[in-house]
Design a protein around this ligand. Structure first.
Ligand code: ATP
Length: 632
């Protein structure tokens, strides 16, 4: 197939793909919009026919005078023309309203699919894939506010019915009233115009897609400049000018080639098709005029002239359909790519599932150990593995600390333990049972994890804590007890609405907390989970934002708070780490050494070196604090 044949086939397939989404709009709105568009296509043709008939009847009506049947014929033709005109005018707002309804419904359903996909993903690989996320951000923006959404594409497709109906109507009128060769010539001329317009838009969209990376970059700089996240650093480090330049460069990087392509793709063919269209129209009009001179009646003459002009007007760009049908499906493609990534997540197929509504089976608490055996793991799309044959044992019912330099693989270990990823080789076992044998939700109900980048939910303080075990949401006593354990109860009670205060400054009646106070809320969340049935507690940098006294008090209470839970502590603060029963030093994805604090200090290896480094710094900086725990 040649290029134009292929692009025509692509265009037809694209229309089918859009039509495939119409069931989301429902039968009523789809049929309603289709019917309105059919009428909107027929009415201008009816208007042209009625006005032509009216003009043809005027000379005999004038000759016989008012009140004659000829005069009534003029009046009736006028009534029909006016009715067609008025109906067309009144249907336009209905077309807009129904288009909006169709678009909203389709976009709403696709948004549900997007939400469904991101929530049903058992792991987080698709949610950490930056490319997918960028496309998704754009897709969800279009779905919510955009002009180029799949819903708009559906409405645009239905709106084409009006244009196609009108074109066919005019062509039939020309054929019947004058000649079929003229009808065919007008049809070809209009389609050629349209091919120039619409085909150009299609080729232009391919160029736009090619520069998606540059567009993404310019959007990143724009969001960076306008968002609150980097606002402090941009000002303190004087990055304003740099940011402005970066944004301008990135913007030019994609707009320049796109503008150049626009001239080449849209303007030149447009010129050619205009010449072709005008030549054809002129030929038909000249032939019609000659036929008029040769005795064609007035009605037919006016009818053909009006129909030719009306048809030629349909060779234009269609604002209600073209951009929408060309770009609208990009958002849907991004949603589909994300769905596929979720469905292809390797663990998904292997997850034992619990049917909806059934109680989760209880996974027994670890009695002997959690073991990471012969573990090989590489993040999707990465060439370097984080672990290659890692072996590590976490004794049950005790506190194990994991230390290591940045990037050693500490947090990844927690992600594997929580089954947010599964290893490519090896297994994580609990008392000899592979984690993959448990329903993932049942295993996670056993886990209380506070990640380094824990979440600050914009909901009440109480819910922020109760999210640790959502089935106990609203259990006020349990929430207060967990808050007290984390040393945040008094602070939360002092908020405007106590525990009911939304922890978000921009919410009416809301309040925000300091970094350290938020960390205590996160700790309370984990302790709440522990009080509600979790038996494995993972704290990734749990006290990084706490002041020294608060940290010391927390660890004084640690044994009482954690009871016989299996605890994993990840921290760079040796004052935190030394409280652990067992310490594992990770280095480049391998266990470098392990033992108790005293054993490791005696061994005088990497741990002892790092410990002394920190201890010396404290000793140099400030008088030793009896609680800091960093003195050897
Ligand atoms: N989502 C991800 N995709 C790709 N690579 C990742 C991802 N998360 C972490 N990595 C890489 O995996 C390695 C281990 O990261 P990990 O976060 O486990 O280290 P860490 O020991 O917890 O570091 P830190 O002390 O800085 O928190 C690093 O090289 C990191 O760049």
């Amino acid at each position: 197939m040649n290029t134009s044949g292929r692009s025509l086939a692509d265009a037809v397939f694209a229309r089918f793909r859009i039509a495939g989404l119409l069931p989301y709009a429902g039968v009523g709105p789809t049929a309603g919009l289709a019917a309105v568009n059919l009428l909107l296509g027929l009415l201008p043709v009816a208007f042209v026919v009625a006005t032509s008939v009216m003009l043809g009847r005027i000379p005999p009506a004038v000759a016989v005078g008012v009140g004659s049947p000829e005069w009534s014929g003029v009046v009736w033709a006028f009534v029909v023309a006016s009715g067609a005109f008025a109906l067309q005018q009144s249907l336009s707002p209905l077309q807009a309203a129904l288009s909006e309804l169709v678009a909203r419904r389709v976009d709403g359903r696709i948004f549900d699919r997007l939400m469904g996909a991101s929530l049903r993903s058992p792991g987080i690989a698709p949610l950490e894939d930056q490319r997918l996320l960028d496309d998704l951000a754009e897709a969800s923006h279009e779905l919510e506010h955009g002009f180029q959404s799949p819903g708009r594409a559906c409405a645009g497709l239905l709106n084409l019915i009006a244009r196609v109906t009108a074109l066919l109507g005019y062509v039939i009128v020309i054929g019947l009233a004058f000649a079929w060769w003229a009808a065919a010539a007008v049809l070809v001329a209009v389609l050629a115009f349209r091919y120039g317009q619409r085909g150009g838009l299609r080729r232009y969209s391919q160029v736009v897609v090619r520069f998606a990376a540059a567009r993404r970059k310019s959007r990143y700089f724009r969001n960076l400049a306008m968002g609150g996240v980097a606002a402090k650093e941009i000002r303190v480090f004087g990055l304003v000018e740099w940011l402005r330049d970066q944004y301008a460069d990135a913007y030019r990087e994609w707009t320049r080639p796109v503008w150049a392509a626009r001239r080449r793709i849209l303007l030149r063919p447009y010129g050619w098709y205009t010449v072709l269209g005008l030549a054809t129209t002129s030929a038909v009009l000249v032939a019609t005029a000659r036929a008029g001179l040769a005795g064609m009646d007035v009605t037919s003459l006016v009818l053909v002239l009006q129909a030719v002009l009306g048809a030629m007007r349909l060779g234009e760009f269609y604002p209600e359909a073209d951009v929408q049908t060309q770009f609208g499906m990009n958002a849907f493609r991004a949603v589909r790519a994300f769905e596929r990534a979720v469905d292809e997540y390797p663990a998904a197929a292997a997850l034992p599932s619990v049917p909806a509504g059934e109680r989760l089976p209880t996974v027994p608490a670890p009695r002997r150990e959690i073991r990471f055996s012969d573990l090989t793991f590489r993040y999707p799309g990465q060439s370097q593995p984080v672990y290659e044959g890692l072996n590590l044992v976490v004794p049950a019912g005790r506190c194990t600390a994991i230390v290591g330099v940045n990037g050693a693989g500490k947090t990844t270990l927690v992600k594997l333990l929580a089954r947010l990823y599964d290893p490519q080789q090896g297994a994580v076992t609990v008392d000899g049972t592979d984690l993959r044998a448990f329903p993932v939700d049942a295993w996670r109900a056993r886990l209380a994890v506070i990640f380094q980048d824990f979440n600050r939910y914009e909901v009440s303080a109480a819910d922020n804590i109760a999210f640790g075990a959502v089935e106990y949401l609203g259990d006020v006593d349990r929430i207060r007890a967990a808050a007290a354990d984390a040393g945040i109860q008094t602070t939360l009670e002092g908020l405007p609405a106590g525990f009911g205060t939304p922890l978000a400054r921009h919410v009416t009646g809301g309040a925000d907390l300091s970094g350290g106070q938020w960390q205590r809320v996160a700790l309370a969340r984990a302790l709440f989970a522990l009080r509600s049935g979790a038996s494995v507690l993972v704290l990734d940098e749990p006290t990084a934002s706490l002041d020294v006294r608060a940290e010391s008090r927390f660890f004084d209470e640690f044994v009482r708070l954690t009871g016989d839970a299996t605890t994993i502590l990840i921290s760079h603060r040796f004052s935190t780490v030394r409280h652990a029963d067992h310490i594992i030093v990770l280095d480049s994805g391998r266990v470098h050494e392990e033992g108790s604090h005293e054993e490791l200090i005696r061994r005088n290896g990497r741990y002892a070196e790092l410990f002394r480094l920190q201890a010396d710094r404290f000793a140099d900086d400030e008088p030793q604090d009896e609680h800091s725990g960093v003195t050897v």
